[in-house]
Design a protein around this ligand. Structure first.
Ligand code: FPP
Length: 241
């Protein structure tokens, strides 16, 4: 039976998040530099975005660069920045044609200016698109996100806009980078690693986790559909019975 036929269209997760892991190992297995893995990872990004669109997912979040990734060798960091800006820049028309809105989460202000400029242009040009929202987590760290939210809440308390009694999980949610985005129902991590690595710690509280053994550059639409099928076999109780 075709994989798509095994998916129940009435129970598609609204939001899927992915930790794209294994680019470095994929390149090393081929005797190449790590950047070669990231370059090939762009094809897997296309596959994931297309599969998300085809299956009716409304939000797809991709962890592209973490706040910890700055500690990698300088040439890898520079190459990744260039790759992110150029690949997103080159795809703007395709994003628009397919109704894909680009959003960014993370500390954008610390990225090289030219990268910020190219990315913000893509965000602006796709802002009216409605079919799928592609959220790229860039210079993102969940602990930093929570600290940024706490700082802003304190500032708002100091100017009297909110008081200590207003601070609740719902208020907290509104201060996160993902304020207008529903929590992911499904999180996929590739390469066989099983950890969260400082990704969406608040938002993943009740998310189903799917660990997939393939290295990210080999990830394809079929892997995405298999994750959806696995998700649809889970029983979600949210702490109830
Ligand atoms: C993790 O693999 C991957 C990254 C840190 C970068 C992911 C970026 C891309 C796929 C570039 C394109 C992205 C977009 C959104 C256009 P790793 O280097 O940690 O692999 P390893 O664990 O094998 O070392």
């Amino acid at each position: 039976m075709n994989l798509l036929d095994q998916i129940d269209p009435s129970r598609i997760p609204q939001h899927v998040a992915i930790i794209m892991d294994g680019n470095g190992r994929w390149a090393e297995q081929r005797g190449n530099k790590r950047l070669f893995g990231h370059q090939n990872g762009v094809n897997a990004v296309r596959q994931a975005v297309e599969a998300a669109g085809k299956s009716g997912v409304k939000y797809l979040t991709l962890y592209a660069f973490s706040t910890e990734n700055w500690s990698r060798p300088q040439d890898e960091v520079d190459g990744l920045m260039e790759l992110l800006a150029s690949s997103i820049g080159a795809e703007i028309d395709t994003l628009i044609q397919n109704g894909i809105q680009l959003r960014l989460i993370g500390r954008m202000q610390d990225l090289p200016e030219e990268v910020q400029r190219k990315l913000h242009l893509a965000v602006e040009r796709t802002s009216q698109c409605q079919a799928l929202t592609l959220v790229v987590a860039l210079n993102y760290g969940a602990r930093q996100e929570i600290a940024d939210a706490a700082r802003q809440m304190v500032l708002d308390c100091q100017r009297g806009a909110i008081g200590p009694a207003d601070i609740s999980p719902d208020t907290m949610r509104r201060y996160l980078y993902t304020a207008q985005i529903p929590d992911p129902e499904l999180m996929i991590r590739t390469s066989g690693e099983r950890r969260l690595s400082n990704f969406l710690l608040w938002q993943l509280a009740y998310t189903e986790l799917h660990f997939c053994p393939v290295l990210w550059p080999d990830f394809c639409a079929a892997d995405f559909y298999r994750a959806l099928i696995d998700y649809q076999h889970r029983s979600r109780r949210f702490g109830g019975v």
